[in-house]
Design a protein around this ligand. Structure first.
Ligand code: ADP
Ligand code: MG
Length: 429
């Protein structure tokens, strides 16, 4: 075994000890809600992904719940932005400001140790968006950033045995997207993101009331209707609700009563699209995994899973067992939190892993030649990254200053051992 490998192993073993001092954070960056879990504290942020900005100065006036309250009620100088749209980052700058606010709120800079942050992101975000998320986390003083896929985190949060060789199907119905994924052996075998979910259901309700009742309502009222009387399958007991809005013809405030059946009809197109995405996923799943799914069934997560009788409708249409995760809204962040202490597993499943930049330049020895290059402190990408940055072959041995310090540390341990042995040996009688 090379000396280098020994030092690396020793650092890995120290990680659990080092992590005792850091306040690690798990973040679910959702289209509608962002949730932050702080180690040993639980969920410390659970707020809408919304930011209220001053139109003239661009300054942030409110974030989260406060900003959502302002939606549809802002004066001319304010606007409320939802920076995430359809599972992608629609506005980088605002996403960065929002993430920064939530991280500061969760971390509160109590300790000198910078947090290690794991962020679960939608599976279909681009390289540029991944970069924007990691940069935002670094600007909020993260020491290390890992991006993981929401589908995998949802499955872990729902308690599915993702590491075993067996098919697990998880359907995450969020605000902007419905993500259908089949997971086996800690990897995603099939995944598809459908841009139809909670927000589209709200829109469908708004359009229905406009067309059928000439009533204009806002997004928040539409969401309330969906939560209170929306359903995907006939209910045991009919439900009605009084809805207030503005009459389209009179232009005056108006109130009507709506029933569950007409809302179900309004939602039917969205529900059919979700069901057919599940059917397509089942058709494309390899047969061995299909057999596992037919035994284990489908797990629903995300806020959309709470739509009344959606599980019943999917069960009817697929003939498979369907269940809703224990806490569907927080499933992703709880799954992300579960992997926070398991550094090796985290490394294996993260789609982006980076360490903090250690300054613009660092003296590094590549082979026998000394070069100056930009490097990262990350344990993951450094060697080949350094070599590439220095324009050298990645397979050449690279020794960083961190390596040398680790070497010295190990040497110190080795030198100390004989002394300790001498002290522990009982004196000869
Ligand atoms: P995301 O992860 O995309 O931010 P969430 O998983 O937080 O989304 O789910 C938010 C969506 O779930 C919203 O569209 C919200 O209206 C919807 N939702 C929340 N509770 C319910 C409910 N009881 N019934 C139906 N939809 C719900
Ligand atoms: Mg989500």
């Amino acid at each position: 075994m090379r000396f280098d490998s020994i030092t690396r192993i020793s650092l890995d073993n120290l990680r659990p000890l080092l992590s005792l001092f850091s306040a690690d954070l798990a973040i679910d960056l959702g289209t509608v809600n962002t949730r932050v879990y702080a180690r040993d504290k639980g969920i410390v942020v659970n707020e809408p992904s919304a930011v209220a900005l001053d139109n003239r100065t661009g300054e942030v006036q409110a974030v989260g719940k406060e900003a959502k309250e302002m939606l549809g009620r802002t004066p001319g100088n304010l606007r409320v932005v939802k920076p995430m749209k359809d599972g992608v980052i629609a506005d980088f700058k605002v996403t960065e400001k929002m993430l920064n606010y939530f991280i500061q709120k969760a971390h509160q800079r109590r300790t000198l140790v910078h947090p290690r942050i794991v962020i679960s992101v939608p599976s279909e975000i681009t390289q540029v968006e991944k970069r924007a998320v990691t940069d935002a986390a670094y600007r909020a003083k993260a020491a290390e950033v890992h991006l993981v896929e929401q589908a995998m985190m949802a499955a872990i949060g729902a308690g599915l045995p993702v590491t075993e060789p067996g098919g697990n199907m998880v359907v995450d119905i969020g605000g902007g997207t419905t993500d259908v994924a089949v997971i086996s052996l800690s990897g995603i075998v099939y995944s598809r993101s459908l841009r139809i979910a909670g927000n589209h259901m709200d829109e469908a309700i708004m359009n229905h009331l406009k067309r059928k009742h000439n009533l204009l309502i806002g997004e928040r009222t539409a969401e309330q209707i969906k939560i209170e009387i929306g359903s995907a399958y006939t209910l045991d007991r009919p439900l009605t609700m009084e809805v207030k809005g503005r009459g389209l013809i009179e232009g005056m405030p108006k109130m009507i009563t709506v029933g569950d059946s007409e809302i179900r009809e309004a939602l039917s197109e969205c529900i059919s699209s979700i069901v057919s995405a599940i059917r397509v996923a089942l058709e494309r799943t390899p047969p061995e995994l299909s057999a596992d799914i037919s035994d284990r069934g489908i797990v629903l997560v995300g806020g959309g899973a709470l739509l009344k009788n959606l599980d019943k409708r999917i069960r009817e249409e697929t003939g498979l067992p369907v269940c809703i995760a224990d806490d569907p809204l927080c499933c992703v962040v709880l799954g992300t939190a579960k992997i926070l202490p398991d550094f090796k597993f985290l490394r294996r499943i993260s789609i982006v892993s980076t360490g903090k930049q250690m300054g613009p330049q660092m003296l590094t020895k590549i082979g026998t030649q000394r070069v100056r290059c930009r490097i990262t402190r990350s344990e993951i990408a450094t060697r080949s990254e350094i070599a590439t940055a220095a324009g050298t072959q990645p397979h050449l041995p690279v020794r960083t200053i961190a390596d040398r310090l680790r070497g010295l540390f190990l040497l110190g341990l080795v030198l100390n051992l004989p002394y300790r042995w001498r002290r522990e040996t009982p004196p000869d009688r």
